[in-house]
Design a protein around this ligand. Structure first.
Ligand code: ADP
Ligand code: MG
Length: 397
């Protein structure tokens, strides 16, 4: 394993001319479905001053000052100031995108990252390189801890600060009409010590409305009903229609299992930024219930069963109808009205659902959770509204 990592690092350094003069690879920090990420030292940082800086107060990344390649005289100046202050190494994250990724997918990620530069709590792109089919993206290195190491020990105020940071990122991404599509703990890098976080991984992100066809969920209820009637009463046949003339539904379902919003599972063809809010809600539910992963489905049908078990058959059927889907089930664990989040959290944290009560700040968190995991995306809270919610206001200093 270690040998393979060293071999891969060797290959990366040989792939780009002059790599060793620019970066010193330190270690592998991530290996995902689409990329391998390394930590490296930016060796030219001082001479080019090309790194982004995070302003601790505003949580905004500021781009480097626009400076041309150091001229003779300024190089001397740089040298002097450098010798005066002790040089502090600048670290970067080098994301090596697998060559099997489609060129349009890679371009999409880099383009969106470029559009999001200067966004609060979003990790900016410093630069990117390509050699034949190999693309690497260079990002400022952000120190963070593994979610599994801290989520069980978070107090409610800690959770509020974490969620406020996440929703700050979502608000700025959504204000640019971009859906992240893959909100989950490994894509939100958080440092519990400094209580700061940044959103990464725009590999599945897309512009709102880019890949859309009208879905009945955007119709007013009366129109939707009239469109659905033939589906419910027509043909009068039970079971699966033999000659189904309805067009097959194709919808973007990219994302990570367990974090997909109901409208993604129901193949809504007009998905909005609200899908990210649902996923952020799943993170909150995970932290409050101290269970990771909270949802553990292998596929979309299992995911529907998990959500239906919590929300109950009735609400799940309403959510399905919203996108023109009929949902029937005889699974005995799916009750008519499901469970409350309050009950789930009490039970999963070994408290007594009958006798115990949530603390007041936990109740606020649950109220917020209900707003995030609202099944109807049009009624679900937006990131901007969320920042005004009493629970996220607990996260203000
Ligand atoms: P993938 O598309 O393969 O999931 P990500 O962009 O999510 O790639 O990066 C994978 C992992 O690499 C992250 O979960 C994180 O641990 C690490 N990582 C990514 N970007 C940074 C960064 N800027 N600073 C520190 N670590 C990072
Ligand atoms: Mg990722």
């Amino acid at each position: 394993e270690d040998d393979r990592v060293i071999e891969d690092m060797e290959k990366l350094q040989n792939c780009f001319a002059g790599f060793r003069q620019k970066y010193r690879l330190i270690k592998r920090i991530g290996e995902g479905t689409f990329s391998t990420v390394y930590k490296a030292e930016d060796l030219l940082y001082d001479s080019y001053d090309n790194s982004w800086d995070l302003d601790r107060e505003t949580e905004k990344w500021t781009p480097p000052p626009l400076k041309s390649f150091p001229s003779q005289s300024s190089a001397t100046l740089d040298y002097q100031s450098q010798s005066q202050r002790r040089r502090r190494p600048k670290y970067v994250a080098i994301k090596k995108i697998y060559v099997t990724s489609s060129p349009s997918r890679i371009l999409n990620e880099l383009e969106l990252l470029h559009d999001l530069r200067g966004c609060q709590s979003v990790c900016p792109l410093i630069t990117a390189f390509r050699w034949t089919d190999q693309v690497v993206a260079i990002l400022p290195y952000f120190r963070h801890s593994d979610f599994r190491e801290y989520f069980r020990n978070m107090t409610v105020p800690d959770i509020a600060i974490y969620m406020r940071s996440l929703f700050t990122a979502l608000a700025s991404v959504h204000s640019r009409n971009i859906l992240h599509r893959d909100i989950k703990p490994t894509n939100f890098l958080y440092d519990p010590a400094s209580r700061r976080g940044v959103l990464v991984d725009f590999g599945l992100a897309e512009r709102e409305g880019y890949d859309c066809k009208p879905c009945v969920c955007h119709d007013d209820p009366a129109t939707r009903k009239s469109k659905l009637r033939p589906l419910i009463n027509g043909e009068a046949k039970k079971g699966y229609p033999r000659e189904d003339t309805r067009p097959s539904r194709r919808a973007n379902r990219a994302g990570t299992r367990g974090f997909r919003a109901p409208e993604v599972l129901f193949k809504c063809t007009e998905q909005t930024t609200k899908i990210d809010i649902w996923s952020a809600g799943v993170i909150l539910l995970t932290i409050l219930s101290r269970r990771f992963p909270f949802f553990n489905s292998a596929d979309d049908v299992e995911a529907m069963i998990e959500i239906a078990t919590i929300f109950g058959r009735r609400r799940m059927q309403v959510a399905a109808l919203l996108h023109g889907c009929m949902l029937e089930t005889t699974i005995p664990t799916i009750g008519t009205s499901g469970f409350s989040f309050e009950g789930i959290i009490l039970w999963s944290t070994s408290r007594n659902e009958q006798k115990d009560q949530l603390a007041d700040d936990e109740k606020l968190a649950v109220d917020f959770l209900n707003r995030c995991m609202e099944m109807d995306p049009s009624r679900r809270i937006s990131a901007e509204e969320a920042l005004e919610h009493e629970f996220l206001r607990l996260g203000l200093d």
